[in-house]
Design a protein around this ligand. Sequence first.
Ligand code: SF4
Length: 243
Amino acid sequence: MLLVPARPERNVANGDAPNASEWASLDAIASDVRSCTRCSLSETRTLAVPGEGSEFPSIMFIGEGPGFNEDQQGRPFVGRAGALLEELLALVPLKREDAYITNVVKCRPPENRDPSPDEVKACWPFLEAQIRLLQPRVIATLGRHSLMRLFPDARISDRHGTIMKWRDGIVVFPLYHPAAGLRSDRLKQALQEDFAKLPQAVIAALDASREAPPDGDGSRPADDAPGTDEAKDGGDEPQMSLF
Ligand code: SF4
C-alpha cells in the first residue's frame, strides 16, 4: 500500500517545489519537512513537526499547526490540547497510536497566529503526500484551517460533527480544534458529542470506498480540492470493533 514511485533528486531545503507523488515513504516526507525552508516559518521554528502515528490508520487527524510544546518536542499535539485530544479519543475508544496525527503547516506560526495562505500553500505538498501514502478512510479535521484546506467554503460552526465526502472514497469529519475546547465548555461539549460520532464516519467511509472508482489516484491539486460535496447522515449506530 505504501509503494509509490521513488523520489527523484530534489532539494526542498533550497525551495524546490516538491510534488506529492515523489515521496516513497512517511520517513522521507518527515526528513524533508525537518530540513524545509519553503516558507518563512522555517526561520522561527525550533523543530518542524511532520506528524506521527499508525502507517495504516482508519482515521487521520489534521490540525492547523504546531504550538509551543509541539515546536519544542517536534511532535504533534503534546501540550494541553494534545491531552484533551487523547481524552476525547478514549471516548471512541481509540488510542492516538492507532490514528495518524499531523497538521496543515508543519512549523509553528509565531505567537500561535493563524498560518497565512502562502504558508498553507507552501506546506500542502507534504500533507498531500501523507494522505496519498496513508490512504485513510476518514480524515478528521481539527479546527477551521484544516477543514478549509479540504473544503474552502465550509464553515466549522456549520459542519462540525457532520460527514462530508471528499475524494477517492475518503470521508472528512470536521471537528473543532481541541484548543477551542480548552477555552470554552460549550465547544468542549460539542467535541465530546462529535467524537462519539466518529464510528459513524468510518461506516460512511466504508460505504463511500465501495462507491469510489477503484483506480482513483488522488492526485488532484489542493487548489482544485472539492468544496461543495454534500454532507450526509451517518447511518446506523456502529460497532466499536470497527477500530
Ligand atoms: S511550514 Fe511547511 S513549507 Fe513552511 S518551512 Fe515548515 S515544512 Fe516548510
